[in-house]
Every structure is written in structure tokens, then in C-alpha cells.
Design a protein around this ligand. Structure first.
Ligand SMILES: [Zn+2]
Length: 647
């Protein structure tokens, strides 16, 4: 028995209000760069290098203005363009010769350095070892391209306010090999989306610091529209900023309709960023406003969003009544053929799936899909949530080929609508990888998860909790192949991201600790395994509550650990507590609960309580038979066995 590998869910539905007018691009972001050339690089090469760097920054949305500065008194007489001092938006760039570069004692792979301030201030000065570009390049043209990328990289450190190289690809990734140089030549070595976000935010902050006129006059509509746009592109940090601005405007105007809408939209982004607690708070506020307004369509959407959040957190008992009410309201407003009805059915189907009611979930989701196929184009993005839900149901019922077809359809729609790199595309790929994982095709799962990690890393930044979830999955794949040291590497990285991004007491840390504990158990280090399970248990009891499905999973695993360790007396109360929680949170017929019940009967046999064991074994058989009757296809293969080790 292993800790269940949990999929992370998709995004909540953004409110389907009438689309607001699209906003034109924001204020122009500008940075001035004063260049001092102490290297052997010719003025011509330098100008072309600046053009190359300028193109890279234009893709970020920042315009660079280059000024060549005098180095000597004679030159100064001819050239006074650099007389103004450096500021937050006026950077100084010095191109150094190799002899000068050696004074910095940097190894020959380093292309320069940037003076990033550690006190939170804005760094203004960077050095580029320009002669190294000449050594790397075969001709002048390539030399200017490489130099341009060196410059963009070092200025990137300043504008990202970070001396590190955490990215897995893009211009801030080091070292640069043949592949990167090739990419640079073709103009494809760029900042990643999350880096671009951060740079734009930095440049805006720098502009404010030096008193540049900012976009103080933007309206609620503009902020709202730009938030939706940024959100749809997966730029969550920028979207959050925009929606927070919109909420402020709405509150200033004391307009309850707008306040509710902005709270809801902000909650959608916070949820995408992994901040469930604040997302819940804001959804609830929005719903309470809509309860008081005559806006039933928004009330239905808000209730559906809240239900979907609870479902993602495995709080199905709270989710289900909200979801049914949302569906009822929506049906009254629009009748059964409306895509919003499909969205509500989709949420309900996810909840039924979470509860282990697979047959119900399948029928609900098929209804949703039928509505969508009638009302929407076959490539509409809204279909993909339902397709993924159906894929998960089929996968749980071991109808793997069917599941794969649903997932592939979702992936292809998202790739077309959103592109290969969008986090939602990566999320769909994650589901397919989970399917391969269940089929024990670990090689294929690993390959996909590696792609998913790269996409999420580029879109969300390397410290995002979703990456931790995928690393956790990847760790589980290695674990199942008994590649323990590779598993441990991924799980430790997952744990560290979690602890950094959400704090050491967040549920996501418990997931990694649980998997690490399974490794220790497989290595027969039962004491270590116990202490890791107990740490995970402490976190989840505190973070989620003592009666939650997650607590059931950890307790079940802890019980099995004691069982393997021969500590039968210690195992019994743990199994009993696990079963009580499992039966309450997931229901007595849930496959995971039935598995724990089976483990408990095995324990009773070890304790020589054969009569009690027999009774429970009969119950296990009956429950499994009933589940097979409800979910007929599961007769093919018992998928639950896939998660169980040989005892
Ligand atoms: Zn660097």
C-alpha cells in the first residue's frame, strides 16, 4: 500500500459574465542603459549586440535605450550623453576586457556579473566580459549575437533582482552549451514567462521609485479586463496584481456588484497559485454578497466555484450540497442545454469521483459533455475539464485505453487553444502521465512529467507549489521502480519548494514526507519511516483537520509500517482510527477504505483473532463485489491492486 498519488486539479471556472472590452497594452516600460566599453569590441559589434539585447527585452515588454558613454576626458569633450547619474531606471553597463575580467577571479564560463542589492534596493550596475563573446564566436555576426545575450543576461540579474540561475531553460539558465548558442542565433533564447512578469513588475516599481508617471488612472474595467487576459495566459502573479487593483477600485466606489466580481476573480487566481485559504475566504465573501443581490447567475457561478475549491481540497461533504444548489439555480435560469449547466455538472462529477462514486461521476460527466458538444464548438476549451474528468473516471475503473482517448482529446484542444507551454496544457499532460503511472509504464510517465515540470517551471516559476506536486509524482514513479535515490532527490526538491513557497506546515509538505516515509519502509528502516509518517500526520492534522481523508491515508500507511515491523499492538489503534476517519470522510465502500479494512483483517490474523478477521474478510469481499457491480468494467483489472505492494 502506497500513499495515493494525488492529481492536482485544474482551474476553477472564471465567471461567465459578458466579456468586457479588451484593454490596450499598458503603459510603456522603459529602461536607459549607459554603456562604457573598455573591451576590444568594435563600436559596430556593440551596436548590433545592443540591438539583439533590445529585441530580447522587447519580448518582455520593456524598451531599452542605449547610450554609449565616454571613457576618457578627451572623449567626454565630444560626448556628454552620460552626464546624468545612475538611477533605478538608468543602469550602468561596463564591457570589460579579459585582463580586467581576470581581476574578478571568475572562471572562464562566466560572462559577467551584476551588482544585485541585498537590502531590497534596486541594483544599477552590471559588467559583461565582452572579450569572451569574441572567443566563443567564429565571426563578427555571431559575436554580436552572443554579446547581446551576455548583456541581456546580466541586465536580467539586475531587473530580476536575483543573482541565481534557478531556471531550467531560457536566457537565465546556465551554462550555455551548443544548444543554447544555436537558440541564441535563431533568436529563441529568451526570458521565461514568469521572469518576464517579474521584470515588468520590477520596471514598474523602479519607475515609481524615481517618480515616473504611473498608471494611477486606470479604471476598474481596465484592471479587470487585463486581469482576465493575464490569467488566461497563465501569468498569475500579474493577474493577481490586476485583480487586487480592481478590488481596491470597487471598494473605493463601494459598488457591491463589482466588489463581488473582483473578489471572485481574485479567488480564482489565488487558487491557481495554491493559496487555498485566502481563495476560500474571498469566494465566501463574494457568495455572501451575491446572496443579497438579485443576481442568480453570479450566485450559481460563485457557489460552483466554492464547491469546486472544496472538492479540490477533498472536502466533499461541504462541496456536494453547494454544487447541487448551484446546479439547481443554473437550471432554473437557463434550462438544461446551457454551457453553464455543463460547468456545474462538471463540478458535481468531480465531487462524485472524489467520493469514489465512479458510476455516478461517469453519468454526470457524460451529461455535461453531451451539453457541451451540442452548445459549443468541438475545440472549445470548456470541454477539456469534462474530458479530463471522464479520463480520470475511466482510469480509476481501469478502462485505460478509453481514459487515454479522453486525455488526448483534452491535450490536443488545449495545445491548439493555449499553446504547448501553457500551464493548463501541462496539467492535461500530467493526467496522462498519471495514467501511465497507474499502468506501470513508469518510463513514459517520467518522460511526460519531465516535460510538465519544464512547462510549469517556465510559466509559474521554479518555486511554485504545483511543481512540487509534479515532482512528488515523479518521485512516486521512481519509488515504484525501486530507484530510491532518484526518488529521494525529487521528493526532497518537492519538499523544499513546498516549505519555501507555502511554509513548513502546509499540506503539500506532508505529501512529500509521506512518500519519503514509504522509501524508508521499503528499505526496512521502520523507525525512520514512523517518524516521517508522524511528521506528515502532525502537519495534516494541523493544516487540514483531524478527520480528513488525507489523515486517513497517512494513518493507514503508519498502521502498515507497524505491521511490517511486527508491532502488532501498536498497529491496531492506528488502523481503527484510520477506518473511523475513512468511513466518515470517504464512506465505508470507498476502495481505499476497503483496502485498509483488508489490512486490518491481516493484522487480526497475526494477533490470532481469527474469528474477528474472518468477519472482516467477508465484509471486504462483499464491499469489493458491490463496488464491482456498480462499476462493472472494473472486473477486467482491479486497479486498486496497482497501488498495493505484495505483502
Ligand atoms: Zn548569470
Amino acid at each position: 500500500m502506497d500513499i495515493t498519488v494525488r492529481a492536482f486539479g485544474g482551474l476553477g471556472l472564471l465567471l461567465s459574465l459578458a466579456r468586457l472590452c479588451a484593454q490596450s497594452s499598458g503603459p510603456e516600460l522603459k529602461v536607459e542603459v549607459h554603456t562604457y566599453n573598455y573591451s576590444g569590441v568594435s563600436a559596430d559589434v556593440l551596436t548590433r549586440a545592443e540591438q539583439a539585447a533590445g529585441r530580447i527585452y522587447r519580448r518582455v515588454g520593456v524598451e531599452m535605450e542605449w547610450r554609449h558613454c565616454a571613457r576618457t576626458a578627451e572623449e567626454l569633450a565630444l560626448n556628454e550623453t552620460c552626464e546624468l547619474p545612475g538611477t533605478a531606471t538608468r543602469l550602468t553597463l561596463r564591457l570589460l576586457s579579459n585582463a580586467m575580467a581576470q581581476k574578478f577571479h571568475r572562471d572562464s564560463n562566466v560572462c559577467g556579473l551584476a551588482l544585485v542589492r541585498e537590502d531590497g534596493g534596486f541594483g544599477e550596475e552590471a559588467y559583461v566580459f565582452a572579450d569572451r563573446a569574441r572567443e566563443l564566436a567564429l565571426d563578427e555576426e555571431l559575436q554580436s549575437v552572443i554579446l547581446g545575450h551576455f548583456i541581456a543576461h546580466e541586465l536580467g540579474h539586475l531587473l530580476l533582482n536575483d543573482t541565481g540561475h534557478p531556471a531550467l531553460s531560457g536566457i537565465m539558465h546556465v551554462p550555455w552549451q551548443k544548444q543554447e548558442l544555436q537558440q541564441a542565433k535563431q533568436g529563441g533564447l529568451l526570458f521565461l514567462p514568469w521572469q518576464s512578469e517579474k521584470i515588468r513588475a520590477q520596471v514598474i516599481a523602479r519607475g515609481l521609485a524615481v517618480g515616473q508617471p504611473s498608471a494611477q488612472t486606470t479604471t476598474w474595467e481596465q484592471l479587470n479586463a487585463s486581469g482576465s487576459e493575464l490569467h488566461s495566459k497563465g501569468h498569475y502573479a500579474d493577474a493577481e496584481r490586476a485583480f487586487r487593483g480592481a478590488l481596491e477600485k470597487a471598494e473605493e466606489a463601494a459598488d457591491p456588484r463589482r466588489i463581488a466580481r473582483s473578489l471572485n476573480d481574485l479567488a480564482v487566481v489565488l487558487r491557481a497559485r495554491g493559496d487555498f485559504a485566502h481563495a476560500e475566504e474571498m469566494y465566501r465573501l463574494a457568495v455572501s454578497i451575491w446572496e443579497a443581490l438579485p443576481e442568480p447567475a453570479n450566485l450559481a457561478a460563485g457557489l460552483g466555484n466554492l464547491a469546486s475549491l472544496y472538492s479540490e481540497e477533498a472536502q466533499y461533504d461541504r462541496a456536494e450540497p453547494l454544487s447541487r444548489r448551484a446546479l439547481e439555480i443554473q437550471l432554473q435560469i437557463s434550462g438544461p442545454g446551457d454551457p453553464n449547466v455543463a460547468s456545474q455538472l462538471d463540478t458535481l462529477g468531480d465531487i462524485q469521483f472524489g467520493l469514489g462514486h465512479y458510476a455516478d461521476a461517469e453519468s454526470t460527466l457524460r451529461k455535461a459533455l453531451a451539453v457541451q458538444e451540442r452548445a459549443l464548438s468541438p475545440n472549445d476549451r470548456q470541454l477539456t475539464d469534462t474530458l479530463i474528468g471522464l479520463g480520470s473516471v475511466c482510469s480509476a475503473l481501469a478502462r485505460f485505453r478509453e481514459a487515454e482517448r479522453f486525455y488526448r482529446r483534452a491535450i490536443s484542444i488545449r495545445k491548439t487553444a493555449l499553446g504547448d507551454q501553457h500551464p493548463d496544457t501541462a496539467r492535461a499532460l500530467n493526467q496522462l502521465a498519471l495514467l501511465y503511472f497507474l499502468e506501470r509504464q513508469y518510463g513514459k510517465a517520467e518522460q511526460l512529467w519531465t516535460v510538465v515540470i519544464h512547462s510549469l517551471d517556465a510559466a509559474l516559476g521554479p518555486e511554485h507549489p504545483e511543481i512540487s506536486a509534479v515532482l512528488n509524482n515523479l518521485g512516486a514513479a521512481y519509488l515504484n521502480e525501486s530507484r530510491f535515490s532518484e526518488a529521494e532527490t525529487q521528493l526532497r526538491r518537492a519538499l523544499s519548494i513546498c516549505e519555501k513557497s507555502l511554509g513548513p506546515d502546509h499540506h503539500c509538505a506532508a505529501a512529500s514526507l509521506g512518500h519519503l516515509a514509504v522509501i524508508r519502509r521499503k528499505e526496512h528502516q521502520y523507525g525512520e519511516a514512523e517518524s516521517l509518517f508522524r511528521r506528515a500526520l502532525g502537519i495534516d492534522e494541523k493544516a487540514l483537520g483531524r478527520e480528513r481523508a488525507e489523515v486517513f491515508t497517512i494513518l493507514s500507511n503508519l498502521g502498515v509500517t507497524y505491521y511490517f515491523d511486527g508491532r502488532y499492538q501498536d498497529a491496531e489503534p492506528i488502523f481503527l482510527r484510520a477506518l473511523k476517519i475513512g468511513e466518515q470522510s470517504l464512506g465505508p465502500a470507498h476502495p481505499d477504505v476497503v483496502n485498509t479494512l483488508a489490512d486490518y483483517s491481516a493484522l487480526l490474523r497475526k494477533l490470532n483473532r481469527k474469528g474477528e478477521a474472518r468477519k472482516i474478510e467477508v465484509r471486504v469481499r462483499d464491499l469489493r463485489a458491490a463496488s464491482a457491480r456498480d462499476n462493472p468494467a472494473s472486473l477486467e483489472v482491479d486497479w486498486r491492486d496497482l497501488r498495493r505492494p505484495a505483502h
